[in-house]
Design a protein around this ligand. Structure first.
Ligand SMILES: [Cu+2]
Length: 170
């Protein structure tokens, strides 16, 4: 039998018979010693993610399970912005859209319910605000953001599914 093997990293590759008795009792074992420079990109995901744009460090992993996080939307030139509650994301109507948005101090943020995904609320991670829990399309919750800084928020029933957002005031 002839086979070819491409190894992207150096190291020892052991080849054994699937019947391990033949390996242990009769020595049916081969070792391929692949030589060359190490290639950490292949097996070190930590190194890869640190060079990727996962989002600003201030989010601290907040958006790791948020499938509609797409960077921070820059809306700093608007006095009033709207964030959808129950946008299609995270496996259903379970997203805030945009998930992360940058605004200027004094901006009023209006969360507007789409009516999708059941009942949602908007709760600040630091406890500074919390909306009512409703599912009605067109329902709104408003808040003015005067101080610079990042406020992370989530929908309580769907937080573990990735229904999370952030307002960055700068
Ligand atoms: Cu929700």
């Amino acid at each position: 039998m002839i086979a070819t093997l491409h190894s992207p990293v150096p190291g020892l590759i052991k080849i054994v018979d699937h019947a391990l008795t033949r390996v242990g009792r009769k020595g049916a074992l081969a070792v391929i010693d692949v030589q060359g420079d190490p290639n950490p990109d292949v097996f070190d995901p930590g190194q890869e993610s640190s060079s990727q744009a996962e989002g600003p460090a201030e989010f601290d992993g907040w958006f790791d399970n948020v499938d509609n996080y797409d960077g921070v939307a820059d809306r700093t030139d608007e006095d009033e912005i709207t964030v959808q509650v129950g946008s299609q994301a995270n496996g259903g109507g379970f997203g805030f859209s945009p998930a992360a948005v940058a605004v200027s101090p004094g901006t009023t943020v209006t969360w507007e319910w789409t009516g999708e995904g059941g009942s949602h609320d908007v709760q600040a991670d630091d406890g500074s605000f919390a909306s009512e829990m409703v599912g009605d399309a067109g329902h709104t919750f408003k808040r003015a953001f005067d101080d610079t800084g990042t406020t992370k928020y989530y929908c309580m029933p769907h937080k573990t599914m990735g229904m999370k957002g952030a307002i960055v005031v700068k």
